[in-house]
Each structure stands twice: as C-alpha cells, then as structure tokens.
Design a protein around this ligand. Structure first.
Ligand code: XIL
Length: 417
C-alpha cells in the first residue's frame, strides 16, 4: 500500500473508498511518495497502523427534522438549513435532539480539519468526523466538509515541514492530504471548503493580488488555490469545491475591496477552467458594522451570475454593540438577521444557510479576544438558548425562510452541478 507508514494509516475503509484516479493523482507518484518527498513530509514519527475495520458510514436514514423546524421552512424554497457541530456535543442527548430536529445539514467544527485528522505524523484519525457523519446520515442530513486548505488548524509538525519544502514536496503533501481526507469521506460530502480565508485582511494586505501570507502560499506560490480545487475534483468529483471566505458581507470600504477581489479572482479561476462550484460567505456578522442590503444583493447576484452556487457557511451574530439587556440585544440581533437573511434567501444561487453551532453556550465568539463582549456577558449569537429553547433569533430565521421566494428548481440544478 502506497500510504503505509505515511499519511494513510491503513484503514481498509479508506482504501475501499479510494477513487480509481488515486494512483495517477498520487503522482505516478507512488515511488516518489515513498522516496524523498514522502519521507521528508511524513516526519520522523511515521509508522504503519494495522488495518482497521471499514468505518461503515451507514445508510442515509429518513429525515429527522420536524415539520415546524428551520430545515422544514428552508426546504420549501429549495434552501437547506444546517449548523456546525463540535463532535463532542454528540454525547449530549438534548443537543442531539435539537440538531436532529432543526437541521438538514451538518458541518464539523474541527473534526475534519488537519489538526484533528493528522494530529500526529503518520497517523490518521478519522474517528470524530466519522461519528458526526454517521449521526448526520442516520438523521437524513447532508454534510459539508470543512476545511482542506487553511493557514490555521495545521498540526504543529506540518508548518515546519512546509517551511522547509520546495514546491514539489509541498505539492506532494497537499495531494496526499486531500487524497486522505476527501478520499476517506468520498461520496458523502455535498461540498468541501477547499480553501478557507485566503484573502488578507486590513493592514495585512501586502501583495497586489491581495492573498494572505500563509505556509501554503510560501511553499507553493499563488497557484496553490487552483491546485487544491483540481486535486479535490480528482479525488471526489461529486463534492462541490467551495472557496470559503470571511469578511465580505458588511458595509465598510475594506470589505467592499475584498468583494471586488473575490469577484475578479472567481472570474480568473473560471477562465482558467478551475473546478470551483461554489463560493462560501462565512458570515460572522458583527453588530459594530452596518449591512447595506443593496451592495450585498449585488455581490450575491454577481457570484450567481458567474454560474456558481453560494453558501452561507458559518453564520452567527456578534452582539457586542448592543446593550446588556437581553431583550434589547435580541432585538438588535434579530434586526440584523432579518436584514441579512431577506437578501440572502431571495438570491436563487444561495443553496445552504449554515450557522456556526446552534445554541448560544457553544459560540466561539465568547472565546475570541476581539469578539467577546466588553461587559463579559455571553453572546446571544445563535438560534437556540442554553436550554435549547427557540429564541427570537430562531423566529427571525424561520420567518425569513418562510417568506422567501421559491427557487427550488434553480437550486436543485445548481446542487447537481
Ligand atoms: C473555530 C471553531 O469553532 C473552534 O472550535 C476552533 O477552536 C477554532 O476554529 N472561521 C472558521 C472556522 O473557518 O473553522 C472557525 O472555527 C471559526 C472561524
């Protein structure tokens, strides 16, 4: 087995799911992988694991969401509602019930990131991702994959290896990583975030092309983005390749500049024949910045006009600018949600609306130094409260989905690719 002792740990399920193109993908490749590039990139701890039993993702069960759920309201118009799930939460019965009741789609918060799958060199851990996937399938939910290429969530051992790799070695590593992750989950993921947060923000914009300085850019050059999409397409052609980006939603000049960069880059990628099918707006919306509905509408329409699908991938509402009083905060947050979702749900290219978790205690905003509230109160960023009750924000989502125009036929076509 080409992988033994290297990135692939020898799980038989993973081998079973290998696409036929794998040998070609690996670089005609097998011998090179076992030679210099592979051994360099596998690290000193590389070792083989005994073959494990196939993971067995299980059949797709009947939908578990209820007729009064967010997913039911979204589905009427061809949209899907879903949320991010931290894999450890699936141990909590009330959480499982809430997610099964409300969602038609799930995405892992960390379980499919490299820091979890390749925490140690030479050993792959698909367990947390597999568990989430099995839960989703049992409940008739689809899954997004998050994320293949990102400057964060790199295991400690990867950054130094990339730093001392030439382009050929770095490419071999990228191929093996995408081959491992997207290969293992092949056929089960609707869309992969192929690249995440590739544009530099604010003062960090140093390059004319606006790209963020990352270990991937340093080792592979700006072509790493196109390359990653091409590799995913070889490994799992059924998964839509998504460029997931943050800070493109609100009405400030630096975000407008990012929107322009996104559109120019998307046009360039399509002209180069890059197999990208969707653009993802993370949508970590902040109460400190305005939303201009017309600008947002135009941006979404331009992406849709390129023939791409759109996903809202990590929606939440940072309520820092609103007062401590809960009712006042909820009014502020629901107003933002209404203004945002009215535009988003009206755009026929938007396929999925995914919140970053579903219940307030889990929001990452409370842990983020720039996003936590100055009064120290927990953010009210998500549709369900700490007791899993539906908040005013849930009702704002429900109304936006219910009132949205039906774009089911267009969305079905886009989903099929
Ligand atoms: C966050 C997770 O929610 C946290 O649990 C983790 O510790 C750090 O990453 N943008 C992204 C997500 O693309 O992957 C991030 O998720 C949140 C910001």
């Amino acid at each position: 087995m080409l992988y033994m002792g290297c990135l692939r740990g020898g799980s038989t399920s993973a081998v079973r799911l290998m696409p036929p193109t794998r040998r070609a993908l690996l670089g005609g490749a097998g011998t090179a992988l076992l030679g210099g590039a592979a051994s360099t990139l596998c690290g000193p701890g590389a070792r083989a694991r005994p073959a494990a039993k196939p993971a067995g993702f299980g059949p797709v069960g009947p939908p578990a969401w209820t007729s009064d759920s967010l997913q039911a309201a979204a589905a009427r118009t061809g949209l899907t509602y879903g949320c991010e799930v931290p894999h450890y939460r699936l141990d909590m019965a009330a959480y499982r019930r809430a997610v099964a009741r409300e969602c038609g789609m799930l995405v892992c918060g960390t379980a499919m990131k490299m820091e979890v799958v390749l925490a140690q060199p030479g050993i792959e851990d698909f367990g947390p991702g597999d568990a989430t996937l099995r839960f989703a399938r049992a409940n008739g939910q689809r899954m997004r994959g998050h994320t293949l290429v990102w400057h964060n969530a790199l295991p400690d051992w990867v950054q130094p290896l990339l730093a001392r790799s030439g382009p050929a070695q770095a490419e071999a590593f990228l191929r093996r990583w995408i081959g491992a992750a997207a290969g293992h989950w092949r056929g089960t993921i609707e869309a992969w975030d192929v690249v995440n947060e590739v544009l530099a923000i604010g003062d960090a914009v140093q390059r004319p092309d606006g790209l963020r300085e990352t270990p991937w850019l340093a080792s592979l050059g700006p072509g790493y983005i196109d390359l990653a999409f091409r590799i995913l397409h070889e490994v799992d052609p059924g998964a839509a390749g998504t460029w997931n980006e943050d800070a493109v939603e609100q009405d400030v000049p630096w975000m407008e500049a990012r929107r322009t960069r996104v559109l120019r880059r998307l046009e360039g990628m399509l002209a180069r024949g890059v197999p990208i099918r969707r653009f993802g707006l993370q949508s970590h919306l902040t109460s400190t910045l305005p939303i201009d509905q017309e600008r947002l509408r135009r941006f979404l329409a331009e992406i849709g006009g390129l023939g791409l699908g759109i996903e809202i991938t990590e929606l939440d509402f940072d309520d820092r600018a609103f007062p401590s009083d809960i009712a006042a905060r909820d009014r502020g947050v629901t107003d933002m949600a209404r203004r945002y979702l009215d535009v988003v749900c009206a755009e026929k290219a938007v396929l999925n609306v995914v919140t970053w978790d579903i219940y307030d205690p889990d929001t990452w905003l409370n842990d983020h130094p720039n996003r936590k509230r100055p009064d120290g109160l927990p953010q009210r960023a998500l549709p369900l409260d700490a007791g899993f009750a539906r908040k005013p924000l849930w009702h704002a989502f429900h109304k936006a989905f219910r009132d949205a125009p039906d774009h089911g036929a267009h969305r079905d076509r886009l989903r099929r690719g």
